[in-house]
Design a binder for this molecule. Structure first.
Ligand SMILES: NC(=O)c1ccc[n+]([C@@H]2O[C@H](COP(=O)([O-])OP(=O)(O)OC[C@H]3O[C@@H](n4cnc5c(N)ncnc54)[C@H](O)[C@@H]3O)[C@@H](O)[C@H]2O)c1
Length: 476
């Protein structure tokens, strides 16, 4: 089939590359000319495991092409995916300007029947708004025919494992309302996704509104599990319990399951934060409230500062002259995505309190520097104290503490003896619970995880008084 994908970002590129791999003829369009030039020069603008190889193969076999020309793109596909960004607005609601701009462009160029698929995460009712935006443009051209259908096909891929998720979906949710085009569209989408339904039917057909809400409900549920475990971890810290034991204990219950129960420094990324905010705002717009999801957001905001509070409890409010090594900058492993990464909150606050920060990330150095330069725009002097290193052990030289913020595999088994010999103080504040507290303690490395029972955790129980008489400064 001929497929068009509008938006060559994390979702659009993976969708395009995977559909090309299945044999479809794909044209990806983006309004960022540099991105398209890079893709046409065999480059890849984002880091996603396996994507480079998939794109190279399908480029070479002529199944995927890239353009900035919307007229060509609309002409090309029988099915047109919209995969542009839907960032948060001031009030938390989803900003639909890119989706609606694209819809208008589709309407301006549409000549024959197309299935327009909303793959972007959009609030309930957006498919109807996309429909109206297309109709408005068609009417300007004197076209009153029923030339298209807008359906919802939310994407559930995870960055870092996006290709596997796309190629082996748990389910494919498609929202399609009853109407004259219903059967034609259903047939086309069945044909498009036939490979995924060979073993057993994975496509879940439903009405458009339910499909749109399903995406938000899924992300809100996953975010809820994370915030719930973070609260249990913080309580475990106060009580001398180990959240990792609790995680196994509850995960073994088949009704609960093991997934998404890891305590840490809070979730980030391009989806959970903005989608939970948008869901809360959608409810408010309907005169309702989402009490659980609002609480999930608040817990997450404060969880991003947990390691910072521990740092200040240990060292006091003034961090001048101290060196902090930070391992892991991207919001999670196997991606270069810095959107709402907890590392941004931690590093900004360390710099603002006078610390030298020595950071390392296996792939996100460039993106991290851009993000932190943006965050520190009003504090250029403090930004000078940020050093991003090429290796993990370069960052830990003479460090007063090591903060681990992303669970990249390469951090799972560091050379602890080397760390101990390099660091000024052997202290690890582990935001991802990668290490065994007892093991490190036996090795003479002070260790603080999230919700893990260990000596440092217990001595930090009421550490403000212990380490410093000053109240903790507000964290931003
Ligand atoms: N990133 C994820 O893990 C993920 C997972 C599931 C769903 N989603 C949803 O998918 C959507 C896209 O997310 P993303 O992370 O891929 O975003 P992204 O910012 O990485 O990519 C969006 C792309 O759209 C392009 N674009 C914007 N306006 C355009 C226009 N008018 N014409 C052509 N191109 C345009 C941008 O240049 C950019 O390349 C969002 O709604 C997001 O919530 C994302």
């Amino acid at each position: 089939m001929k497929i068009t994908v509008i938006g060559a970002g994390y979702v659009g590129l993976v969708t395009g590359a995977c559909l090309a791999e299945l044999g479809h003829q794909v044209l990806c369009v983006d309004n960022n000319p540099e991105k398209i030039a890079l893709l046409n020069a065999a480059g890849v603008p984002i880091y996603e495991p396996g994507l480079q190889e998939l794109l190279s193969r399908n480029r070479a076999e002529g199944r995927i092409h890239f353009t900035t020309e919307m007229a060509d793109a609309v002409d090309h596909g029988e099915v047109i995916f919209i995969a542009v960004g839907t960032p948060s607005q001031e009030d938390g609601s989803a900003d639909l300007q890119h989706v609606l701009a694209v819809a208008g462009q589709v309407g301006r160029h549409l000549k024959n029947f197309k299935v327009v698929v909303n793959k972007s995460t959009v609030p309930v009712g957006t498919a109807y708004r996309v429909h109206d935006a297309i109709v408005t443009e068609l009417r300007k051209r004197g076209i009153h025919e029923d030339l298209f259908e807008v359906i919802s096909n939310p994407e559930f891929l995870k960055e870092g494992a996006a290709i596997d998720d796309f190629m082996r979906p748990d389910r494919i949710v498609i929202g399609l309302d009853k109407g004259p085009n219903h059967d034609t569209v259903q047939q086309k989408m069945d044909q498009l996704y036939a490979s995924f339904n060979r073993h057993h039917a994975r496509t879940l057909w439903m009405d458009v509104r339910s499909a749109e809400l399903t995406k938000y409900a899924a992300n809100a549920m996953l975010a809820t599990r994370i915030s719930f475990m973070n609260e249990i971890a913080n309580l475990a810290d106060l009580m001398g319990a180990d959240v990792d034991c609790v995680r196994r204990g509850i995960g073994a219950d088949a009704r609960i399951g093991h997934g998404f129960l890891y305590a840490g420094t809070g979730y980030g990324g391009s989806c959970f934060p903005k989608d939970t905010r948008a869901l809360v705002q959608t409810a408010l717009d309907c005169g309702s409230t989402m009490k659980v999801v609002s609480a999930v957001e608040h817990v997450n905001d404060s969880q991003k500062t947990v390691l910072l509070h521990r740092t200040l409890q240990y060292f006091g409010n003034d961090l001048s002259g101290l060196n902090f090594a930070v391992w892991g900058l991207a919001f999670k492993p196997n991606t270069d995505d810095m959107r709402e990464a907890p590392s941004r909150v931690v590093i900004k606050n360390l710099l603002l309190r006078g610390a030298q920060v020595h950071a390392f990330d296996p792939v996100a150095s460039k993106e991290a520097l851009e993000a932190l330069t943006h965050d520190m725009a009003e504090h250029p002097q403090a930004l000078q104290r940020l050093n991003i290193h090429a290796t993990a052990y370069e960052a830990t030289q003479q460090a007063d503490a090591l903060l681990v913020l992303t669970e990249w595999k390469t951090f799972h088994h560091p050379d602890f003896q080397l760390l101990k010999s390099q660091m000024k103080r052997p202290l690890i504040l582990d935001g991802r619970n990668l290490y065994d507290p007892q093991w490190l303690q036996d090795m003479g490395i002070a260790y603080q995880g999230i919700g893990r029972r260990n000596d440092l955790a217990l001595t930090l129980k009421r550490p403000v008084e212990a380490a410093s008489s000053e109240p903790l400064m507000a964290l931003s």
